[in-house]
Design a protein around this ligand. Structure first.
Ligand SMILES: Cc1cc2nc3c(=O)[nH]c(=O)nc-3n(C[C@H](O)[C@H](O)[C@H](O)COP(=O)(O)OP(=O)(O)OC[C@H]3O[C@@H](n4cnc5c(N)ncnc54)[C@H](O)[C@@H]3O)c2cc1C
Length: 474
């Protein structure tokens, strides 16, 4: 039985980040992955989806042209085949980068095999067994398809198959209005397909604040066909799939399933580790070291089900890889949470959500702004959106925010950075804001939040050098 210092299961973002840390200390390591290489993000995730969204939004912009005095936009056409070719061409560029980065170690340190645990130090790779002092699980996640719908499989697409399509039929339903369903559903709609999006509940794009949910669902309903009651029943009807919802029946030629992703933890022999598993089958692990129980095993990326997004998978892989090389695992802080849906406008949740604050019974003040009527948003003709910032009662220290609005991806970063730096709304207002920019909307929300704190200052006062002279004091 071959013995390694470390075996990493999965050559996705988390696994590759872990490898970078491990190889600083040893060359006696192995990465195993029996899937298609290139990472989920570059191959079927973040990157191809953003390419499709870019094309869709560029094309959709033509609807504004007549108002702006640009004629002829109605003659613009989409060639779906060429669009998907473009998506795949850029996709190949992104995956090509990943594959090239593996070239100098793949021959010596990689096996295209599926791994299952025999015990905490032994893996079955099918035709051989290997032993390792430490093992890192970085097996990612996969799209969910309800078992009962298996007989209708030929109608379904998921994100593993979607980007490979040469042609798509005109009538498409999207089930699930989480991040992926909203992004791809809206993109298809904007490309001219007849799309019906069916979600369950109004928590679209991860929003938890009831006001934000209602506002955002209302705006999406005005742009495209969406319903929020879920699918009750699925059946076949004259070569189409019939989806029964509370509002009636939706007929579709193809259905994109975007009902979430399941961690690839089943079929890993995880039960052979002898640790407590949660209801999703994920072993108990430390969210700051990524160690599983007290075992020489670490779990990083989508597979642990906590923060299934790219930059977190990368962080977790680095932490797991580093800790796999230590005699005792060390604690690492998590970044302020930041999740973005690249719908148009963007949706984002930053720091603590409304739901978390409410569940944790944290009292908070609110600062908010509507982007309807916001200067630069009017210029851009993107006058749609709302931002709510939550601040600690009394101090205005920023705790979190939920937003749906123009340039939301950038505003979300500014808010996440402000939270990371422990800033109060009053301190943010003291920072420079150019004119006219969408960020001025953020300043309005921060001003409103700052004004609720007893120590609030007027917009001029925040610029004063030193203290107010005695004779000017009330
Ligand atoms: C459509 C879509 C859009 C997305 N958009 C964004 C976005 O805009 N921003 C963002 O931050 N995130 C986005 N994500 C999420 C992001 O892609 C994931 O969080 C990230 O790719 C997870 O990386 P990972 O390393 O955990 O898993 P992966 O990259 O999936 O790697 C897991 C690897 O493990 C292998 N494997 C599984 N089981 C075994 C086994 N038993 N033995 C050996 N190998 C195994 C698999 O073959 C795979 O290569 C998106 C995802 C999707 C699907």
């Amino acid at each position: 039985v071959k013995k390694y210092d470390v075996v990493i299961i999965g050559a996705g973002t988390a696994g590759l980040s872990a490898r970078k840390e491990v190889r600083k200390h040893t060359e006696n390591y192995l990465v195993v992955d029996d899937g298609i290489l290139g990472t989920t993000c570059a191959r079927v995730g973040c990157m191809p989806s953003k390419v499709l969204i870019q094309v869709a939004n560029d094309f959709y912009r033509r609807e504004k042209f007549p108002t702006m005095g640009i004629q002829g936009g109605e003659h613009l056409q989409i060639d779906p085949k060429a669009v998907f070719q473009h998506v795949r061409q850029l996709r190949d560029r992104f995956t090509g980068g990943v594959l090239r980065s593996m070239e100098n170690w793949q021959k010596t340190h990689f096996k295209a095999k599926r791994a299952t645990f025999m015990d905490a130090n032994t893996l079955d790779l099918g035709d051989e067994k290997v032993q390792a002092d430490k093992i890192i699980i970085a097996t990612g996640s996969r799209p969910i398809m309800p078992r009962a719908w298996a007989p209708f499989k030929k109608y379904f697409l998921d994100t593993d198959t979607f980007f490979e399509q040469e042609v798509l039929p005109q009538k498409i339903a999207v089930i699930g209005l989480g991040v992926i369903g909203l992004e791809l559903g809206q993109a298809l709609h904007r490309l001219g397909f007849e799309v019906t999006g069916i979600g369950k509940g109004k928590a679209i794009g991860g929003l938890t604040d009831p006001f934000m949910q209602n506002y955002t669902c209302d705006k999406f309903s005005k742009e495209m066909n969406v319903s929020f009651d879920g699918v009750d029943e699925v059946s076949e009807k004259n070569g189409q799939l019939a989806l029964k919802t509370q509002q009636g029946e939706v007929l579709a030629d193809k259905v994109l399933l975007a009902m979430g992703r399941r961690p690839n933890i089943d079929n890993l022999g995880i039960e052979n580790l002898g640790v407590v598993l949660n209801p999703q089958g994920i072993p108990e692990f430390d969210n700051n070291t990524f160690q599983v129980g007290n075992l020489p095993v670490f779990i990083a990326g989508d597979v642990n089900g906590v923060r299934p997004i790219l930059h977190e998978a990368s962080d977790e892989g680095h932490i797991a890889g580093y800790n796999a090389m230590q005699s005792s695992p060390q604690c690492f802080r998590r970044r302020v949470s930041l999740a973005i849906t690249f719908s148009y406008p963007n949706i984002a949740t930053i720091g603590k959500t409304y739901q978390q604050l409410t569940d944790e019974k944290i009292e908070f003040d609110l600062g908010e702004v509507s982007f309807e009527g916001q200067g630069r948003s009017i210029v851009k003709m993107t006058e749609k959106g709302h931002l709510r910032v939550y601040g600690e009662k009394g101090t205005g220290k920023i705790l979190g925010a939920e937003l749906f609005g123009p340039d939301g991806e950038h505003l979300a970063h500014l808010i996440a950075w402000a939270i990371s730096l422990n800033l109060t709304a009053g301190e943010v207002v003291r920072l420079p804001f150019y004119h006219p920019v969408v960020e001025e909307g953020l300043r309005t929300a921060m001003r409103k939040l700052a004004s609720k704190s007893p120590a609030a200052s007027s917009p001029l006062e925040v610029l004063r050098c030193g203290d107010v002279p005695v004779e000017d004091r009330d």
